[in-house]
Ligand binder design. Structure first.
Ligand SMILES: [Zn+2]
Length: 290
């Protein structure tokens, strides 16, 4: 849904929503439309804008100072909770008197999550989930050769990503949950049954062995509605995951499917004011241009 508002009108309405976000967010009667909360999807938190990685630097990177303004702005209006707690709140049948919530998630497992994001999370006591792509060769060469979709697999620049040691260190941090984001980052719907299942089970087993902790949450690579379906949800449940997040922007409600949780991508230009409007759930009603 998209309204043909002029920029000035959109700005005016954004200002109005921002100014009224507190009563909007607190008004329980609006929850069926505004939802119980929202999950934000970040990728990189880093200050650089280089030509070396034009896509990830310009589209997937939020400046640390901007990231901090997001958390600062949201702090007075919303609870910031883990994905685990969000699921507990969703499946709880009692009518919540709590404030609406938001969750912070990071996809892919970039090293700057540790360098730049973690200190900001620590300063505000904000929990976050990092969905790690394991980027390993498959367990055995025989399996690798039998996986035709991976013949064109090109490992990314390893220096951009968390090392195993980093992941182990982060997993022990009380604010951080490690989740899985497949091994090779293929859209799961493009894979054979066997390989889709392997992309779901392998990173779980690998990360559990690495960290000594259960890996209960999963993030679909690419994550739009065409990249996963009933097959993937069945495999996730069989593998023992408790939830999966997509990249379909919306709010979470008591009716949300825990294996297809909506999630809102935060782009670099999103200001502190706009993140409040997003978290309020009003963009769910007014359309994505808000
Ligand atoms: Zn990803």
């Amino acid at each position: 849904m998209k309204f043909p508002f002029n920029d000035w009108l959109r700005r005016g309405i954004t200002d109005f929503i921002y100014a009224s976000a507190s009563p909007i967010a607190r008004h329980g009667i609006l929850r069926p439309w505004l939802g119980e909360g929202i999950i934000f999807c970040y990728h990189r938190i880093q200050p650089r804008q280089s030509a070396r990685y034009p896509f990830s630097d310009s589209w997937l990177s939020v400046n640390p100072a901007v990231f901090k303004t997001h958390l600062d702005e949201l702090q007075t209006l919303f609870d910031v909770i883990s994905v685990e707690e969000a699921i507990s709140r969703l499946i709880s049948q009692k009518r919540e008197e709590q404030r609406p919530f938001y969750c912070i998630t990071f996809d892919d497992g970039y090293r700057d999550n540790l360098e730049h994001a973690l200190p900001i999370l620590e300063s505000l006591g904000a929990p976050a989930t990092i969905f790690v792509t394991t980027w390993k060769n498959l367990p055995t060469p025989a399996v690798y050769r039998s996986w035709p979709e991976l013949n064109s697999f090109t490992p990314p620049d390893a220096s951009l990503f968390l090392t195993d040691s980093d992941v182990r260190q982060l997993s022990r941090h009380p604010l951080i949950t490690i989740g899985a984001h497949t091994n090779s980052h293929y859209p799961l719907s493009s894979l054979s049954d066997r390989n889709a299942k392997l992309e779901i089970t392998f990173p779980k087993e690998y990360l559990e062995q690495l960290t000594g902790l259960p890996v209960r949450h999963f993030s679909y690579p690419h994550g739009s509605s065409g990249t996963f379906g009933a097959r993937e949800i069945t495999y996730l449940a069989e593998a023992g995951y408790a939830s999966a997040v997509a990249a379909i922007p919306s709010v979470l409600t008591k009716n949300s499917n825990v294996y297809a949780l909506p999630r809102t991508l935060v782009l670099p230009h999103v200001t502190g004011k706009r993140i409040v409007v997003l978290a309020s759930g009003m963009s769910n009603i007014l359309g994505r241009s808000f």
